[in-house]
Design a protein around this ligand. Sequence first.
Ligand SMILES: C[S@@+](CC[C@H](N)C(=O)[O-])C[C@H]1O[C@@H](n2cnc3c(N)ncnc32)[C@H](O)[C@@H]1O
Length: 274
Amino acid sequence: MNSAREVLSNQDGPFKDLEKLVRKYAATEYRRPVADHTRNAFADAEQFIANFSAKGHAQSEGPSCAAPQPVILDSGCGTGESTQHLARRFPDYPVIGIDKSAIRLDKAGKAFDTAQSRGTEARNGDAQQNEPKNIFYVRAELIDFWRLALDKVTSGQWVIPYHALYYPNPWPKQSEAGRRFHLHPIFPTLLQLAQETELRTNWEIYAREFEQAAGIVKEIPGHTSTSLSTGAGDDNVVVKSVSCEAFEPEQPITAFERKYKNARQQLWRVLVHR
Ligand SMILES: C[S@@+](CC[C@H](N)C(=O)[O-])C[C@H]1O[C@@H](n2cnc3c(N)ncnc32)[C@H](O)[C@@H]1O
């Protein structure tokens, strides 16, 4: 039984003003204030990562204590299936699942961890007992979380080897195109965060647009950083390669991926390396 519908859109190709928007946002600084609730959620994640690191888990190679802490992000993690998958793929790194939906985060029986509760062994339920210990879920707005995370990266405290962006809301109507992450002022920040960013989607136009937008940023020599830190340098924005392909997962790793696979929809992924 499957009920996943194909994405319906009044677009039949990439958004007409894509290049104009991407160039505009690459040349300007995004200054919307960060919401307090995301700032607080970020502080919890930061604490979890600091505790994880203090317990002697892997740090990236580099000069002793100055080495940045590797952190994996699962943005828009939904019910957390992919976060669990990533936690097993990267057992030595903290994996942060971020979503704004309390219902989705709750669904898998995962109360929002706090750094304090994570420090105690007493957690209820088999699911939680079997959960990898390197996971931390936060309820937060991605657009704010990413800017706070970029400050950690540009200050050399974190390095993000892999950032999962699996099946973000497509906002398929043309009138909503500006809400797609690659057509939003946040896009340069998003591209600067991780060494590898992987977008997955069931809408080819979203994948092609994301690829095209990342390709445009790639060609812009050292544009203005959109980090919250005023002092962030121009050399942060180095996109080395961008690729887009259709793919078929043998084993779905997210709830939406399973739905789309069962509905025999074509899936797409874009990989950005920096
Ligand atoms: C289509 S669902 C995909 C969930 C999951 N990645 C999966 O594949 O099953 C998109 C998720 O992104 C979250 N989301 C969308 N925009 C967000 C934002 N700006 N900040 C935080 N979460 C967001 C939604 O709450 C939702 O859980």
